[in-house]
Design a protein around this ligand. Structure first.
Ligand code: PAF
Length: 285
């Protein structure tokens, strides 16, 4: 597997592959990879001739007081996982390589101006999706992939990236991949590593609420508010949990809904101690 640290190096390889007629898949990541990321790479390998993964903790998507500095990093382990799963190239840039103005700052952003990035996670993380769109847009410009792969766990991010690709005519197919869970149900996340054993146990209230909500929907409950209330009740029983939001929204626009119609996203963000975790399910009728 090739390790490329500069934009020029990545371009050299992907241009050569394109000339040979290879299709290219991109898996953007912030590193500290787990089976969830591995499933994205597996999907990309199954659909593309060459797979590029990026491994970059993107400063522009972290707000003041968030976990940019403490975000877990282990590049050696990331390389092992990527190589085992058939990744062709990992792009591991420095902050200055991605943001030449220095200090992880830029004056040029990609931002969706309607309410979509202001809902759900956007309420408490107002600059988050602007940073995500900016870095993903840059990665698209650098790699120019045919397809790009994102986890359904970040459902709002996935919807926003699809919207950005449509609005800016990127011509890249966005492939959403299912949430990967631990055996006991907790959605895999690099941030799970912040949890102490007591918190790790408490964190199961998220997946319990997700499974209970999903069952209600499958059993025919159409009242989204009732499902949200039942999910909240489960989380509120856990003393270490503090709800940021539990909401039902339209799966494409992220607008709040009270009834299940079309594609409905039930999403939550919950603090377990100081760690903010997210989870969701989509129900389509
Ligand atoms: O989902 C993530 O890990 C990040 O938001 C992404 C898409 C790699 C952009 O930094």
């Amino acid at each position: 597997m090739i390790i490329a640290k500069t934009v020029d190096e990545v371009r050299k390889y992907v241009n050569a592959w394109r000339k040979e007629g290879f299709t290219i898949g991109l898996v953007p990541t912030m590193g500290y990879l787990h089976e969830g990321h591995a499933s994205l790479v597996d999907k990309a390998v199954s659909m593309c001739d060459k797979v590029v993964a990026s491994d970059f903790v993107n400063p522009t998507q972290f707000g003041p007081g968030e976990d940019l500095e403490s975000y877990p990093r282990d590049f050696e382990h990331d390389c092992q996982l990527l190589e085992q799963h058939g990744c062709s190239l990992v792009f591991y840039p420095s902050v200055d390589e991605m943001y030449p103005d220095g200090n992880g700052k830029t004056d040029t952003y990609i931002e969706i101006l309607d309410d979509m990035p202001k809902q759900l996670c956007g309420k408490t993380r107002p600059i988050h999706f602007r940073g995500v769109c900016t870095v993903v847009g840059k990665l698209f410009n650098i790699v120019m992939p045919d397809k790009a792969f994102f986890g359904q766990k970040d459902a709002q991010q996935l919807a926003i990236i699809k919207r950005m690709v449509r609005d800016l005519s990127y011509g890249i197919e966005i492939v959403g991949c299912p949430i990967v869970r631990e055996e006991d149900g907790l959605a895999k996340s690099s941030r799970n590593t912040y949890l102490n054993p007591e918190e790790r146990q408490a964190a199961l209230c998220l997946s319990k609420a997700i499974f209970a909500g999903e069952k209600m929907a499958k059993d025919g409950e159409k009242d989204a508010d009732k499902i949200v209330a039942a999910m909240k009740e489960i989380i509120e029983k856990e003393p270490l949990a503090k709800i940021d939001y539990v909401s039902a929204v339209n799966g494409i626009t992220m607008a709040t809904v009270s009834k299940i119609e079309g594609e409905t996203l039930f999403a939550m963000a919950v603090y377990i101690g100081k760690t903010r975790l997210i989870d969701n399910f989509i129900y389509s009728v």
